[in-house]
Design a protein around this ligand. Structure first.
Ligand SMILES: Cc1cc2nc3c(=O)[nH]c(=O)nc-3n(C[C@H](O)[C@H](O)[C@H](O)COP(=O)(O)O)c2cc1C
Length: 187
């Protein structure tokens, strides 16, 4: 089985990736991949609607590379820092572009297991987490209840000191791993 974490932070050694790693480790899924969106060029959606006719996006960038990684995975966790109370610009572009294209393609991620994690310094944990959660639910992922996946931190790696936030990430990872194993036996 394969689990993938999508890091929306431009800080590749920051808190979001640290939290995603905690969750993925806790899933006990052996094949683990972490994608930093900042390593990929994903431009914002221009709303042309072409994908709904052609099932392709006319913008020539790295979106398909990330989508193919998602399609090859059994479980997906997306994470973002709070930027002014919502997801980072990298994550927003990814949500809009992949959301439209995957919708046009009939939701190929349907039935995979997923979840979301957010990190904020003080305000906006839940609004950020909710934006991520709305995406994974709209993509038809199966999301286990594991509490509110949000942690508090500012400087890189500070998140490890937020015991309760780390605990929620572990709980999410554990539930995602368990559910993925159950579903893989039944399908
Ligand atoms: C542009 C920007 C906007 C931010 N907006 C918020 C915010 O709305 N609420 C908050 O609590 N922290 C905010 N922060 C702090 C980050 O969410 C926090 O430092 C987080 O740990 C960053 O995660 P990272 O290390 O994965 O990048 C902001 C930081 C930046 C750079």
């Amino acid at each position: 089985m394969r689990i993938i974490g999508i890091n929306g932070s431009p800080r590749k050694k920051g808190n979001t990736q640290a939290l995603l790693k905690v969750a993925m480790k806790s899933s006990k899924i052996d094949n683990v991949k972490l994608i930093h969106l900042v390593d990929y060029e994903i431009l914002s959606c221009d709303g042309c609607g072409a994908c709904w006719k052609t099932k392709k996006c006319p913008i020539d960038d790295d979106l398909e590379k990330v989508i193919s990684e998602l399609v090859r995975s059994d479980a997906i966790i997306i994470g973002s820092p709070a930027y002014y109370g919502t997801v980072s610009a990298q994550m927003k572009a990814f949500i809009d572009r992949s959301g439209e294209l995957l919708g046009a393609r009939g939701h190929p991620l349907k039935g995979k297991v997923g979840g979301a994690l957010s990190v904020a310094r003080r305000w906006g944990h839940i609004t950020t987490w909710t934006a991520l959660l709305l995406y994974v639910l709209e993509m038809r992922l199966i999301v286990p209840g594991a509490g509110w996946g949000a942690a508090t931190a500012m400087k890189p790696n500070e998140v490890i000191n937020d015991e309760e936030g780390v605990e929620r990430a572990k709980e999410l990872g554990k539930s995602i791993g368990k559910l993925s194993r159950i579903l893989s036996k039944k399908s």
